[in-house]
Design a protein around this ligand. Structure first.
Ligand code: MN
Length: 413
């Protein structure tokens, strides 16, 4: 099918061909450009002469906005299955992989019924876990587009107001740093509004893995009644390879039944759940493993919801699925669920325990679609690679006073 050697089990089979933005490291001075990933290589779309006005840009935004953008992938497939042109390939080791999109608007949802139910039980143990609106609309909030970062970017532990026993907030580094396992969807095509769910594939260009880093103690104090705000805005990580809606199409399946049936503007006839496997590792220990197909609200319904009031959406907008949690304890997509707000710490392979994330911890999320069984690598995978990030300590606000420690080294002094 292709002259490129694709390692068995690669996320980036010929069936996938996701877009990314890279800067070739050699020769020096090369500019960022659009590529198509295959196996452990990237096809240089500029070198291959494919839509150079769109592919020589430092982001995918113009390509995603253009109707010609979808044609680029099929032309790349023709190149990859035609006469060998190794000179148009970069080895992944020879490029810097960049944030592929200049994010426009960013909305994050809350669309897993298992996640919302777990959070309801943790936060309001004596009440109905789901609030009355939850089954009627996909609940969401506006996030911070400018702090979306590409996989590999370290996350600095944020500070915020955390209440003491007296209820007074004090500025301090969060003691409850968390991740959220999510899938992010990227809008393409011309600006549009009032999108019907069954037209979602005309307006969604592709998808990425998304880690919605969260500070639970800051979130709890500030989100009364609006939010989240600073508890989430410090950083959101995405994977660098934009898996196209065309590549995902074979994995679209029926979502779970919705009860009660939602308002007609949210009603879809076509299947918009995505049959995708997800997992999370913390310092190399797998701590959760779940499936995306069980999400209550689909990306098509989310897109219909954010435009039903007449708001427009356009290429480069990002919307997150909300934390993906499944029905069992081993399928929880955040630390607050896995440790039940820190009351049941988890144990890692090195014997250490975690209630929330420590400085130095590395969180890695992976995801893929496959027509084979979970461990069958023989079929063409459509994978997302990974989104990873390591926690850095909060930088000290005040330099240490030079005489403070000296004075205490003199016993009785
Ligand atoms: Mn989230």
């Amino acid at each position: 099918m292709t002259w490129v050697r694709v390692p068995p089990g690669s996320d980036f089979s010929f069936d996938n061909l996701p877009f990314g933005i890279v800067r070739p490291l050699r020769p020096a001075g090369m500019s960022p450009r659009a590529v198509i990933r295959i196996g452990d290589h990237a096809l240089d779309l500029v070198a291959a002469g494919i839509a150079p006005a769109l592919t020589s840009q430092p982001t995918l935004n113009q390509l995603m906005a253009s109707r010609a953008g979808r044609d680029v992938r099929s032309r790349a497939a023709d190149v990859l299955s035609g006469p060998e042109r190794a000179d148009w390939l970069h080895a992944l080791a020879d490029v810097e992989v960049l944030l592929p999109i200049s994010i426009g608007d960013y909305v994050d949802f809350y669309s897993s019924i298992h996640h919302a139910t777990n959070l309801g039980r943790i936060m309001r143990p004596n009440a109905e876990p789901l609030l009355a609106n939850w089954r009627q609309l996909p609940v969401g909030y506006h996030g911070r587009a400018g702090t979306v970062a590409v996989s590999g970017t370290p996350v600095t532990r944020p500070e915020g107001l955390v209440p003491g026993a007296d209820g007074v907030g004090q500025l301090m580094p969060t003691a409850a740093l968390d991740f959220e396992l999510e899938v992010g969807f990227l809008v393409g095509g011309p600006r549009a509004t009032r999108i019907s769910p069954d037209e979602a594939d005309e307006h969604v260009f592709g998808a990425v893995l998304l880690n919605d880093w969260s500070a639970r103690d800051i979130q709890g104090f500030e989100s009364q009644p609006l939010g989240p705000n600073l508890a989430k805005s410090f950083m959101t990580s995405i994977s660098p390879w934009v898996v196209t809606i065309e590549a995902l199409r074979p994995f679209l399946v029926d979502p779970p039944a919705q009860q009660p049936e939602p308002d007609p503007y949210l009603h879809a006839r076509r299947p918009w759940a995505l049959d995708m496997h997800l997992d999370v590792e913390l310092n190399g220990t797998r701590i959760t493993e779940t499936d995306f197909a069980g999400m209550y609200w689909t990306f098509a319904q989310q897109l219909a919801h954010i435009t039903v009031n007449g708001a427009t959406t356009g290429a480069g907008d990002l919307f997150g699925s909300g934390t993906v949690s499944g029905p069992t304890a081993s399928e929880r997509g955040s630390m607050i669920e896995l440790t039940w707000r820190g009351t049941q710490p988890i144990t890692l392979a090195d014997g250490s325990t975690r209630a929330f994330l420590d400085d130095g911890d590395t969180v890695t999320m992976r995801g893929y679609c496959s027509t084979g069984s979970r461990d069958d690598d023989s079929s063409g995978r459509v994978g997302f690679g990974e989104v990873t990030g390591t926690v850095l300590a909060t930088p000290s606000r005040n330099p240490p006073r030079p005489d403070a420690s000296v004075g205490h080294t003199e016993p009785g002094g």
